[in-house]
Design a protein. Structure first.
Length: 422
């Protein structure tokens, strides 16, 4: 089986392209089932986050063009539209790429821990859809173990760096005193929870959490002394917000230009700082055209992030060494799969020989031949049958001067070791 990773991320594609190729939780199971129907695709998993969409496949052949065509077709696009932004990894490179992703080495923020949870979630979704087989299941289980080892053995995750942290850092640059500000957080997922925690640690005056499910918003808001509202109530509370951080899984924007314009009028044009972490975007891009609005997307956070990742570079090098070791280990396991059928056929052939000779020996005993003679016949005949084919092959190799075959036979049958043990 050939391993393939095909996808795009924050390095290869702008947010406008990434949001068009994202897979929401409501469509990903159906997408996996469709993907498995494509020629040559035997196993599949889809990882879709705000910064990346990646397809992991076990293929009957190394051909990957059909997967790219499927990705484009599924989202109603031409493959020529997306191909400049796609990358492909095969075999060992595909394994190394996944390990780097899960350990946070390929993230917008080096070493960020959220991606591992997203990879685990993608794996569970795929398992529920019965789309990964023996190889992908083994690969992802190994990945989780490697990511845990990297977290334990290196300092890759000890600095408080994340997209949420970067967003709050920007807010602190714009507002000198967060204790006088109100933050509206849209969504109730892990990124928003991190943003709330960072804001709280830096003394934010007030937190409002808006979510489609008010109960979930309430559960998050109460942790930080805030209060919860539904998405339909955002317009009424937006004029109170000095800081807006949004990260939902909505396929459509939850905050439009008109709503923001109305809020600015009520605020008498006091500025609003907005960070849209979601892909697809939660805040209409036209909002950036308004005066008194500072709108940032995940792509805009890169400069802030660069300042906070320098301390992780040495740890990343250590993590890479761990990854390289486990890539070799996993690829060794993959190569061993090729030997399984050969071993099975070899054992079956040997068992057939055994059964045939044993039956003949038993017939001799039943015919009155002494058991000792029958046993000698069994041992002699079975030995000759086992050794006939390899002995013939070795003699022919010697005749043809194929020294490598003789060396392989010596290693395979441990001939030298057996001689030394006499």
């Amino acid at each position: 089986m050939a391993l393939l990773t095909l996808g795009l991320n924050h390095k290869s594609a702008p947010v406008e392209i990434r949001e068009r190729l994202s897979f929401g939780p409501d469509i990903i199971t159906g997408a996996l089932r469709e993907l498995l129907k494509q020629p040559g695709v035997e196993e599949a998993l889809i990882l879709s986050t705000c910064n990346r969409t990646e397809i992991y496949c076990g293929l009957a052949e190394t051909e990957s063009a059909e997967v790219a065509h499927w990705l484009a077709q599924f989202h109603g696009l031409e493959v020529e539209t997306i191909s400049p932004y796609l990358y492909q990894r095969h075999g060992e490179d595909a394994v190394r790429h996944l390990l780097r992703v899960a350990c946070g080495l390929d993230s917008l923020i080096l070493g960020e821990p959220q991606i591992l949870g997203q990879v685990k979630s993608a794996y569970q979704t795929a398992v529920d859809a019965s789309s990964p087989g023996k190889v992908l299941c083994r690969l992802f289980q190994s990945t989780f173990a490697v990511a845990k080892q990297v977290r334990t053995d290196t300092a890759i995750g000890r600095s408080p760096v994340s997209v949420a942290f970067a967003a709050v850092s920007l807010a602190r640059q714009i507002f000198a005193d967060l204790s006088q500000q109100t933050a509206l957080l849209i969504g109730a997922g892990e990124t928003i929870e991190l943003a709330a925690r960072h804001l709280s640690q830096h003394g934010i005056g007030r937190i409002i959490v808006a979510n489609r499910t008010v109960e979930r918003a309430h559960g998050l808001a109460t942790q930080f002394g805030g209060f919860a509202i539904g998405l339909t109530e955002i317009a009424a509370h937006l004029p109170e917000a000095d800081i807006v951080i949004s990260s939902t899984a909505s396929p459509l924007p939850v905050l439009g230009k008109g709503t923001v314009e109305s809020a600015l009028k009520k605020r008498r044009h006091r500025p609003i700082f907005m960070v849209d972490i979601a892909v697809p975007r939660d805040i209409e891009s036209e909002v950036d055209q308004l005066d008194d609005v500072y709108l940032y997307t995940v792509d805009d956070l890169d400069e802030v992030i660069q300042e906070n990742m320098r301390s992780r570079q040495e740890a990343a090098e250590q993590a890479q060494e761990i990854i390289d070791f486990h890539v070799d280990d996993f690829m060794g396991w993959v190569r061993s799969l090729d030997a399984i059928k050969v071993v099975q056929d070899f054992r079956r052939q040997a068992e057939d020989m055994r059964d045939d000779v044993l039956e003949r020996a038993l017939r001799q005993v039943r015919a009155g031949k002494p058991a000792e003679e029958a046993l000698h016949y069994l041992a002699r005949t079975l030995t000759n049958k086992f050794l006939h084919a390899p002995s013939t092959a070795m003699r022919q190799a010697g005749h043809d001067g194929e020294q490598t075959v003789l060396e392989a036979a010596n290693n395979l049958f441990r001939i030298q070791a057996a001689k030394n043990n006499r």
